[in-house]
Write a protein that binds this ligand. Structure first.
Ligand SMILES: [Zn+2]
Ligand SMILES: [Zn+2]
Length: 271
């Protein structure tokens, strides 16, 4: 019998990111970008004991992805998985040491063996303005979930990894007009909007179109900018763009927005 396979964003946005994935009885935490205390509160809200988190994966070393990881890993003795570059940057910002045996450098594929079968975590390099940045896909049986944030554009490798995933949390960071006319200085506008920055609502809409054509139905918009986006605007941009290709929400796809500071409703692949 297939067991629960789902993802629950605990927080999402430029202010902090953390996503819980439950698969075959495992609890995997992707990024820990709020304080340990707030992540623990969020985990408890969704009925998960923080000490039952089996592994923490860090996508890259920006603070909105790692700020709570140091304390969490020491407190709960949790294994942490990241690329060599991310691990190195993370260790330089840790306030105290944790057991070195908890640190795991990731290769392209990590396999966890459980009583119910394997859970695989695949990673793929993302074009983002820090070394060793990756996105993740989690596979259990023949189902898969993906977390795709913090990337300036979608590379062919990422597209091929994402093809046919059952559900995805995808970055919809900024509205182009809001970014251009907004409060950021010129350098920051160029960074966010550049090929190593973040995906705009429009970029996200185009990626969703390709994914719908590959069979994906469940989408959650995430990592929205607080200054350069509004959840309703992000949704409207995606829905309007897709309707131009004949795709209708509810009929052809499900769409949600991950909440900024609190847990969102789960994106469920297997109940
Ligand atoms: Zn980020
Ligand atoms: Zn980042």
């Amino acid at each position: 019998m297939a067991s629960t396979f789902e993802m629950i964003p605990l927080c999402s946005g430029s202010s902090g990111n953390s996503i819980l994935v439950r698969a075959k009885g495992m609890n995997l935490l992707f990024d820990l970008g709020l304080s340990c205390k707030r992540i623990v509160e969020a985990l408890e809200k969704v009925g998960t004991d923080p000490s039952s988190v089996d592994a923490v994966f860090l996508s890259h070393s920006h603070s909105d992805h790692i700020s709570g990881a140091d304390v969490f890993i020491r407190k709960y003795n949790t294994d942490v998985y990241a690329t060599k570059e991310t691990l190195r940057s993370f260790l330089t910002v840790c306030k105290k040491e944790h057991a070195p045996c908890l640190d795991h450098e990731i290769s392209e594929e990590i396999v966890f063996e459980t009583d119910e079968g394997d859970v695989k975590v695949l990673s793929c390099c993302t074009p983002h303005d820090t070394a060793g940045s990756v996105c993740f896909k989690v596979c259990a049986d023949d189902r898969s979930l993906m977390i795709m944030t913090d990337l300036g554009h979608v590379t062919d490798d990422i597209k091929s990894m994402a093809k046919g995933v059952d559900g995805i949390l995808i970055e919809s960071n900024y509205d182009y007009e809001m970014l251009i006319t907004g409060p950021y200085d010129y350098v920051l506008k160029r960074r966010v909007g550049g090929p190593y920055g973040h995906l705009s609502n429009e970029d996200c809409a185009e990626m969703i179109r390709e994914l719908i054509e590959s069979g994906t139905r469940r989408f959650m918009l995430g990592h929205l900018s607080e200054n350069n986006n509004i959840p309703d605007l992000a949704v409207r941009t995606v829905v309007d763009y897709l309707s131009g290709f004949g795709f209708a929400i509810e009929r052809d796809y499900e769409l949600d927005v991950a909440k900024r500071y609190e847990p969102s409703a789960p994106l469920v692949v297997c109940p």
